[in-house]
Design a protein around this ligand. Structure first.
Ligand code: SF4
Length: 382
């Protein structure tokens, strides 16, 4: 598999404070570490083999962590390096993840001047008590002022990340968060149920009985409430946990779900390029020491894995079936040179018979019943 266009992911591992549920590669850091990291990251970009128009880039995603904790001068340096390094398509989707507690006019202006045209805002909830419990650094007022400032700067393509199944959250709480955020008419909404990841403070609270996990039917009630409301406001549900105004689906995330190529830069960044998965080191001292200084050394990848055809097919199914439209039989044939039914005919028949799947035109997809049990249904394909 070789794509003409690529996506670029850039990881900023810094957060002002670790949230109580988070197990991402992120941590607080002082000014010196941030400066050295950006210096190293810019070197990694400049050393990349992708320079000079070898191919076109149609999506850039700066994620984290919290990229918006960077001071404007560091962000400006990074954005300049991205623009210099890659052959960005005219309609390139250029996203930065932001925390509403870290945004101000100057930072937003830096994004806009550097070509950023989409912001993904980690809102999670508009209930102050829930935000506190999650360990978020922002208030609901920060959310409203961030949205206003982004719009004033002309950044209109905004995703809001929301979370449900929070401890003690009622349907009315969730409805209020949804109604108030939708009032801002965001282009895209991601809505995920809280998962209690081992090693986080919230997981410890769960283990010691301080918080209760949601029953499946309660979780589904909150999920479908969001989905129905979003659909009633003109959003298209296109992935299990994502809905967008028509034409505003995330180009970058669609790459992950359709096995398209993307290259990752920065600490712990993952890549998938021409059938090979690889990742950078997760050790920040190693990362900085390779790229920082007068004679940067190209970093050895932490791991590299060339997918077998079987793995490519399994990943294609596993990621593609998260999409509401499902997987295309003709695209499968184009990629793998065989009919999808020759590989998964038996599994399809079984899942269709049980009401988990359906075939619509060229696509095999989960029914809403199958989607609810996606974790179980997907096991048939690996
Ligand atoms: S802001 Fe995001 S990445 Fe940072 S600690 Fe919170 S959840 Fe994790």
């Amino acid at each position: 598999m070789k794509n003409k266009t690529k996506g670029i992911y850039i990881h900023i591992p810094f957060c002002r404070k670790k949230c109580n549920y988070c197990d991402f590669l992120s941590f607080p850091a002082g000014d010196e570490l941030k400066t050295n990291y950006i210096e190293a990251l810019v070197r990694e970009l400049h050393l990349s083999e992708q320079i000079n128009g070898k191919y076109e880039v149609d999506s850039v995603y700066i994620g984290g962590g919290t990229p918006s904790v960077l001071k404007p001068e560091l962000m400006e340096k990074l954005l300049k390096a991205v623009n210099e390094t890659f052959n960005l398509k005219k309609d390139c989707e250029f996203t930065v993840e932001c925390n509403p507690g870290t945004l101000d006019k100057e930072k937003i202006r830096t994004f806009a001047d550097g070509g950023v045209n989409r912001v993904s805002l980690g809102v999670q909830s508009l209930d102050e008590a829930h935000l506190k419990r999650l360990g978020r650094i922002h208030t609901r007022t920060d959310v409203f002022s961030s949205l206003n400032e982004l719009r004033l700067a002309g950044i209109d393509n905004i995703n809001l990340d929301l979370m449900f199944s929070l401890p003690d959250q009622t349907l009315a709480d969730w409805d209020e968060t949804l109604q108030r955020t939708l009032w801002f008419d965001p282009a895209h909404v991601s809505f995920y149920g809280l998962t209690l990841e081992e090693g986080t403070p919230m997981y410890e609270d769960f283990k010691s009985g301080l918080i209760e996990a949601y029953e499946d039917d309660e979780d589904r009630e909150l999920y479908y409430h969001a989905l129905n409301l979003l659909e009633s406001k003109g959003y298209v549900h296109y992935e299990i946990s994502n809905a967008a105004k028509p034409g505003k689906e995330s180009k970058h995330n669609l790459k992950y779900w359709t096995m398209m190529d993307y290259i990752g830069f920065g600490l712990g960044a993952h890549s998938f390029n021409e059938g090979v998965r690889f990742s950078n080191t997760t050790d920040i001292d190693t990362y900085i020491s390779c790229y920082y200084g007068s004679t940067p050394v190209k970093l050895e990848r932490e791991w590299v894995h060339e997918n077998s055809e079987k793995e490519n097919i399994e990943e294609f199914m596993f990621t593609g079936l998260r999409l509401v439209r499902g997987v295309s039989a003709s695209y499968f044939k184009e990629l793998f040179g065989k009919k999808i039914e020759a590989v998964y005919g038996e599994e399809f028949n079984k899942l269709i018979d049980h009401g988990f799947m359906e075939k619509v035109g060229d696509y095999y997809r989960f029914t809403s019943y199958g989607m609810d049990l996606a974790n179980v249904s997907l096991r048939e394909f690996v």
